[in-house]
Design a protein around this ligand. Structure first.
Ligand SMILES: *Cc1c(COP(=O)(O)O)cnc(C)c1O
Length: 360
């Protein structure tokens, strides 16, 4: 058998049809492409962290339930009884294990655009994915969402709140209507909760099919890979069965425990990011031909003059500034670029480079 035939006979067609999730090589760039917190830790804070790691027994398996961290996450997020929390190696892993638990004929619903992993993972598992386009305002197209819910009864609906890459909070009433209309699970993905003034966490008690997912990545701990999802114990129990037993390694458990117990450090950083978000938003909108969209997250989506997004993206890159080109996704994202809020000097470098690109 030729190598190509071997590969084609081994793997599921949906896997063969996928393209791997591409992450740009950012070495040497001012990195404003991935919604990371730009701030590193003080020497003193690092020393405290290393002291906390010193007692980790790397020769032993970690606590498979990560009980201490689980309790800390519940406390810090105000998740009370009777709700349970499942931890994942990033919220990406939680999306994957939730979808892995579904029957092969299940369908999954989200919006277009939204976080790309919902579709990527659905496709990899051969599930039927429905992406309903947002309205021009970037809000949910509620009638269209309800029509898909009626017709396909999706097992899982993902709502990113705020949404990536449009950065807005959808109408609360529309989300509630979706939760009420759905027989399946509705996951409110609050990856950007640290930058938003809204949450569904305190609505967990109101709807049995509601799950709220968060991550520490955008807060400032992207390197740890830790996400979590809260919901009724009966649901979390099923997910726990397909979670690999030691999915949260001992260094992540100890580091996250340390970081979340020192929440004030991150509150200060997210405050600074929100202040700078307002400045970047204002300065973007002062530029001729640029329209920046209001953001409830740590990034800003903006529209460039017609047909110029890719050229401007590449010109920024040449000036050492890496952001994200959304225009290839087309639809509402045509002509759009996305920039993560960095340190003040990084934001200034980005804006200077953008002015330069627009003039050339
Ligand atoms: C970044 C992001 C995630 C992924 O979070 P990880 O915990 O780093 O895997 C999930 N959802 C949305 C909407 C995101 O933007």
């Amino acid at each position: 058998m030729s190598k190509k035939n071997l590969i084609n006979s081994l793997f599921r067609p949906e896997v063969l049809a996928l393209s791997a999730y591409h992450v740009a090589d950012a070495a040497g760039f001012i990195k404003l492409d991935a919604m990371e917190n730009p701030y590193s830790w003080s020497e003193d804070f690092k020393q405290q962290w290393l002291a906390a790691l010193k007692d980790c027994e790397l020769n032993r398996y970690p606590d498979p339930e990560a009980r201490q961290l689980n309790a800390t996450i519940k406390r810090v997020n105000g998740i009370a009884e009777p709700f349970d929390v499942l931890l994942g190696n990033g919220s990406d892993e939680i999306i994957q294990l939730l979808l892995m638990a579904l029957p092969p004929t299940a369908s999954v619903l989200s919006t277009t655009p939204s976080f790309v992993m919902y579709k990527q993972i659905s496709d990899s598992l051969g599930l039927r994915y429905h992406g309903v386009p947002l309205a021009d305002s970037f809000d949910l197209d509620l009638p269209a969402m309800l029509a898909v819910i009626n017709q396909h009864q999706p097992s899982v609906i993902f709502i990113a709140y705020p949404n990536n890459p449009t950065s807005n909070l959808f109408s609360e009433a529309a989300i509630i209507a979706i939760i009420q209309a759905s027989n399946g699970l509705v996951v409110i993905d609050e990856a950007y909760a640290p930058f938003a003034d809204a949450s569904f966490m305190n609505r967990l008690g109101q709807y049995e099919n509601l799950l709220v997912m968060r991550t520490v990545s955008k807060l400032g701990l992207a390197g740890l890979r830790l996400g979590y999802i809260a919901g009724l114990p009966a649901i979390i129990e099923q997910l726990n069965k397909i979670r690999l037993p030691y999915n949260i390694n001992i260094l992540t458990q100890a580091s996250a425990e340390f970081a979340l117990s020192n929440h004030a450090v991150f509150d200060e950083q997210t405050q600074a990011i929100c202040t700078d978000r307002a400045l970047v938003f204002e300065q973007l909108n002062e530029l001729d031909g640029i329209t920046a969209y209001p953001s409830a997250a740590n990034f800003i989506l903006f529209k460039t003059p017609k047909g110029r997004a890719t050229e401007i993206f590449l010109s920024l890159k040449q000036q050492n500034v890496l952001i994200k080109n959304m225009s290839p996704q087309a639809g509402l994202l045509t002509d759009c670029l996305r920039v993560t809020i960095g340190k003040p000097e990084e934001n200034a470098a980005f804006l200077a480079a953008l002015r330069n690109s627009l003039e050339s």
